[in-house]
Design a protein around this ligand. Structure first.
Ligand code: NAD
Length: 473
C-alpha cells in the first residue's frame, strides 16, 4: 500500500483530528491503494480558520502576482504530468491516454486563468450627476468552499481552485472521496510553487461528514459545488440558509439527435464516444440518442456493433456498479429492453459492458434519471419537431448535439434546445478553458465555470462612485 493521503491545512500535511482513515481501492482490480483521512467538523473548522487568516494578505497581492503564481503551478503540473496522470489512472481506473488528456486540460485551465491576472477587467460608466467618475471593480468573495465530483479529478479541482485563488480568495477544497490523492498532489505542487500557507487547503473525507461541515460552516462565503443534482439541492438548502453565494454545476441527461440527412458514420462515432468514454461518467455524456425513424434501424445496427466492440472501462466503485445494475433491472421492469451490454464484465474491478437500452418511454424513470455510467438509451422520432420535444422533455439541460447536413435544422436546434452547450455534428461535450460551461434547469443554478464567466463566481462586483470636483457638486 502507498503512503497515507492526509489533509493539507495551513500549508502543512496533517492526519485527521479524529484519527480515522478510510481505504481507497483501485477500480480496475479492487486492490487496496492507500488510506485517506476521514475528516470531520474539527478538521474543516481548522481549514476554514486558516483560509480566513490567509485571505487578506493574499488579496493584497496584485492580480498580476497572483496570475504569475497560477502560471507557475500550471507549468509545474506540466513538468510532472506523467506522474500525475499515473496517479489519476490508478485512482479512477481510466486509461493513461484519457488521464493524460485530462492532465493537459487542467494545465490549460491554469494557463488561461493566469492570463486573467493581467486583465481582470472591470468597467467604467457614466453618472447622472456631473463631475463624477464611476467604475465597477471585481473584489474577492473571501473564503471559498470548493466541492467536486470524482470523474475528472485534476480538471475538476483546476476549474475551481485556479480562478478562486487568482481572484484573491482563499479556499478549502473537499475533493471526492473517490480521488483524494489527485487533489493532494495538486495542492502539494501549489505549495511547492510558493502559494502561501492557508490559501489552498484540502480536507479529505466523506460528503455527508467533511463536505456537509464545509457547506454549513458560517465562515465560508462562497460554496462552489460540482456533483449530482441530488447532492447539489441539499448543499443549496444548507448554504442558502445563511445566504452564502452558491454556484452549482450539476448533472445531465444529454441528448444527441441523429437526423435522416446525417452522415451516419460520423453520428455513430460521436454517439459511441459521447456515451461511453470515461465509462459514461461525464456530466456531458450522451445518455439519450434520439434518432429519426428513417435512419433508426441503420444507426441502431452500427451503434450496437460499435458498443459491443468497445473495450469496457471500469466505473469508479463497486457501489456504482451495483447501482447501475439495479437501474437496468428497474428499466427492464418498466418495459425497456437491453439491446447491448447490460452485464458485469469479469470478476475483478468494477466493469459494466457498454450498454444500449431500447424502448424506454420518454417520461420513464430511466429517461429522466442520470445514471453516470456506460448506459445510453435509443429513442425513435418522426422528425425534428418531435426530436426537439424529446430533447427538452428532461429535468436537465446541460449539453445537446445534433447530426444533420442542414444548416436550417442546425440553427433551429441550437435556438430551441434547452441546454447550456449545443454541438452541431459532434459529440456532447464540455467546453474549452476560455468558454463558459454550465447548464439550465436541473443542471445548475445559472452560473458558468471556465471562461471569463468563472470570474463572476469568484468575485463580487463593487461600484466605486468618485466625485472628481467637489467644489462644483
Ligand atoms: P456527488 O453529488 O455524489 O458528490 C459530489 C461531491 O459532493 C463529492 O465530493 C462528495 O463527497 C460531496 N458530497 C456528498 N454529499 C454531500 C453533502 N451532503 N454535503 C456536501 N458535500 C457532499 O457526485 P459524484 O458522484 O461525485 O459525481 C457525479 C455527478 O457530478 C454527476 O451528477 C455529474 O453529472 C456531476 N458533474 C457535473 C459537472 C458539471 O460541470 N456540471 C462536472 C462533473 C460532474
Amino acid at each position: 500500500m502507498r503512503e497515507d493521503v492526509p489533509n493539507l491545512v495551513d500549508g502543512s500535511e496533517r492526519p485527521p483530528a479524529g484519527g480515522d482513515w478510510l481505504e481507497k481501492v483501485a477500480p480496475a482490480d479492487g486492490r487496496p491503494l492507500y488510506r485517506f483521512a476521514r475528516s470531520g467538523d474539527e478538521d474543516v473548522a481548522n481549514a476554514v480558520a486558516a483560509a480566513r487568516r490567509a485571505q487578506p494578505a493574499w488579496a493584497a497581492e496584485t492580480p498580476v502576482a497572483r496570475g504569475d503564481l497560477v502560471r507557475e503551478i500550471a507549468l509545474t503540473l506540466r513538468e510532472r504530468r506523467d506522474e500525475l496522470s499515473e496517479l489519476v489512472a490508478a485512482e479512477t481506473g481510466k486509461s493513461m491516454a484519457l488521464a493524460r488528456g485530462e492532465t493537459e486540460a487542467a494545465i490549460e485551465m491554469g494557463l488561461f486563468v493566469a492570463g486573467e491576472g493581467r486583465r481582470l477587467y472591470g468597467r467604467t460608466t457614466t453618472a447622472s450627476m456631473p463631475h463624477r467618475s464611476v467604475m465597477a471593480v471585481r473584489q474577492p468573495v473571501g473564503v471559498a468552499g470548493l466541492l467536486m465530483s470524482f470523474n475528472t479529478p485534476l480538471p475538476n479541482i483546476a476549474w475551481k481552485a485556479f480562478p478562486a485563488v487568482l481572484c484573491g480568495n482563499a479556499a478549502v477544497v473537499k475533493p471526492s472521496e473517490e480521488v483524494p490523492a489527485s487533489a493532494l498532489a495538486f495542492a502539494r505542487i501549489a505549495h511547492e510553487c510558493g502559494l502561501p500557507a492557508g490559501v489552498l487547503n484540502v480536507v479529505q473525507g466523506l460528503g455527508h461528514e467533511a463536505g456537509a461541515a464545509l457547506v454549513a460552516h458560517p465562515d465560508v462565503d462562497l460554496v462552489s459545488f460540482t456533483g449530482s443534482a441530488e447532492t447539489g439541492r441539499a448543499v443549496n438548502e444548507v448554504a442558502a440558509r445563511r445566504l452564502a453565494k452558491v454556484c452549482l454545476e450539476l448533472g445531465g441527461k444529454n441528448a444527441l439527435v441523429v437526423c435522416d440527412d446525417a452522415d451516419l458514420d460520423g453520428a455513430v462515432r460521436w454517439a459511441l464516444a459521447s456515451a461511453f468514454s470515461n465509462a459514461g461518467q461525464r456530466c456531458a455524456a450522451a445518455s439519450r440518442l434520439v434518432v429519426f425513424d428513417a435512419v433508426y434501424d441503420d444507426f441502431r445496427e452500427r451503434l450496437l456493433a460499435g458498443a459491443t466492440a468497445l473495450e469496457p472501462e471500469p466505473v469508479i466503485s463497486e457501489a456504482s456498479l451495483e447501482r447501475l445494475l439495479e437501474a437496468l433491472e428497474r428499466a427492464q421492469g418498466e418495459g425497456a429492453a437491453i439491446a447491448a451490454g447490460g452485464t458485469r464484465v469479469g470478476d475483478r474491478g468494477w466493469f459494466l459492458a457498454p450498454t444500449v437500452v431500447e424502448g424506454a418511454a420518454r417520461d420513464a424513470w430511466l429517461s429522466c434519471t442520470e445514471l453516470f455510467g456506460p448506459v445510453t438509451a435509443l429513442y425513435r422520432v418522426r422528425d425534428l419537431h418531435e426530436a426537439i420535444e424529446v430533447v427538452n422533455d428532461s429535468p436537465y439541460g446541460l449539453t445537446a448535439a445534433i447530426h444533420t447536413a442542414s444548416v436550417h435544422r442546425a440553427m433551429r436546434f441550437s435556438e430551441e434546445a434547452r441546454a447550456g452547450v449545443v454541438v452541431v455534428n459532434g459529440g456532447t461535450h464540455g467546453s474549452e478553458p476560455h468558454m463558459g460551461f454550465g447548464g439550465v434547469k436541473g443542471s445548475g443554478t445559472g452560473w458558468r465555470e471556465a471562461g471569463t464567466e468563472a470570474l463572476d463566481v469568484y468575485t463580487d462586483w463593487k461600484y466605486v462612485n468618485l466625485v472628481t470636483d467637489p467644489a462644483r457638486t
